[in-house]
Design a protein around this ligand. Sequence first.
Ligand SMILES: O=C(O)CCC(=O)C(=O)O
Length: 210
Amino acid sequence: MSAVAPQSERRNAIAQPALWSMQEPIALELAPNRVDMGDEAWVDRMTGFVRGGDTLLDALVTTVPLSTGRRPMYDNMVDVPRLSGHLPTAVVGSAIPVISEIATMLGDRYQKAFTRVGINLYRNERDSVAWHADKIGQVMHQPVIGLVSLGAARPFLLRPLGGGKSRKFVLGSGDLLVMGGNCQHRFEHSVPKLSHPTAPRLSITFRHEE
Ligand SMILES: O=C(O)CCC(=O)C(=O)O
């Protein structure tokens, strides 16, 4: 990761949230629908899982240090065009309790300990993440990765590793998407750039230990 983006830059990336959604963030009862991707891979989806998404987005952006990640591309290291960070355990446990509530709900449902929480901020339509499979798929058999999307709706794409027809999941604010089974072994995912102006979007990722 490169230098942490100053808080003013992170705050400026956030549009003024609509007043109606400035409520205390809560997670509803977890009741996702499963999409069978084939090849023993699946995606669970629940729209509107988190309420008060703008408040949560604002709290995360102002609390968590964010920086530009780097990844190898061909022979070079390149910036990933988004800001990312990890939530320290103390923040997960106390300052933003809904995060630990979600981790517990996911843990109960998928029988894993979701101890690793990260966030990714897509400041506008030019921020994105290229096709990739999660690195934990290289060391874990059938990892489960949960993500909650906040802010502007963005497409989240999944396609067979190395290319092929992609499947689009449009994630709106408060929506949950969980990848499991062989997803990290047989598929890759991306959040593409958009060609029209787009407000900020933040994803919260939940990963577990073996
Ligand atoms: O932001 C997202 O929805 C995707 C996050 C992701 O792919 C990652 O962090 O590996």
